[in-house]
Design a protein around this ligand. Structure first.
Ligand code: URA
Length: 209
């Protein structure tokens, strides 16, 4: 059975509501997407492995905790994933970044891969896949499937907004991948848009419509 972590912090929910409004300008939509993803990263990485190291303060020797292992990898699903990547890098500036290019076939709504570039040593790293919207789930399922071929230590999926259909699809294909989202909306429409949703995240982030 898969897990959904609903990030219901008031700051995250407030920003999501502002993003949903059709009046939000490209500038404010993009800024809010950045801010939301920064805040959500705290929850996403809450259980990241730590190790204790010895340090010296100006007064004495002591121990402190630091993040263990190789740097985490944020994998952005192009193009809309880019819109939440910077926010996550704000709090984990040393993270590595991978990109997966998938486009949605307008007829089948299925995911077609056109780009794949990852850090080399994925077997020793934890991966966080980022895409603002978990709609049909086709891109998420395809991205995780492709990443599993590289054998990372773990995979998580982060989006700003999900719907029951997308959650079910990702859980069915990859029950081991936890989903982190600020909301699970009512439903998907026949064009593959989340309702009530926030529209086309890519177009709103980049101002292409
Ligand atoms: N992708 C989007 O950007 N918005 C949706 O509602 C669904 C998929």
């Amino acid at each position: 059975m898969g897990t959904v972590h609903l990030i219901d912090h008031p700051l995250v929910q407030h920003k999501l509501t502002l993003m949903r409004r059709k009046e939000a300008s490209t500038n404010s939509f993009r800024r809010l997407a950045n801010e939301m993803s920064t805040l959500m990263t705290y929850e996403v990485l809450r259980d990241i492995p730590m190790q204790e190291i010895e340090i010296e303060t100006p007064l004495e020797r002591t121990t402190g905790k630091v993040i263990d292992g190789k740097k985490v990898v944020f994998v952005s699903i192009l193009r809309a994933g880019t819109g939440i990547l910077d926010g996550m890098l704000t709090v984990v500036p040393g993270a590595r970044v991978g990109h997966i290019g998938l486009y949605r076939d307008p007829r089948t709504l299925g995911a077609v891969e056109y780009y794949f570039k990852m850090p080399g040593d994925l077997r020793e790293r934890d991966v966080v896949v980022v895409d603002p919207m978990l709609a049909t789930g086709n891109s998420a399922v395809a991205a995780v499937e492709r990443l599993k071929e590289c054998g990372p230590k773990s995979i998580k999926f982060v989006c700003l907004l999900a719907c029951p259909e997308g959650v079910a699809a990702l859980h069915k294909a990859h029950p081991d991948v936890p989903i982190y989202t600020a909301a699970v909306d009512r439903e998907l429409d026949e064009q593959g848009y989340i309702l009530p949703g926030l529209g086309d995240a890519g177009d709103r982030i980049f101002g292409t419509k």
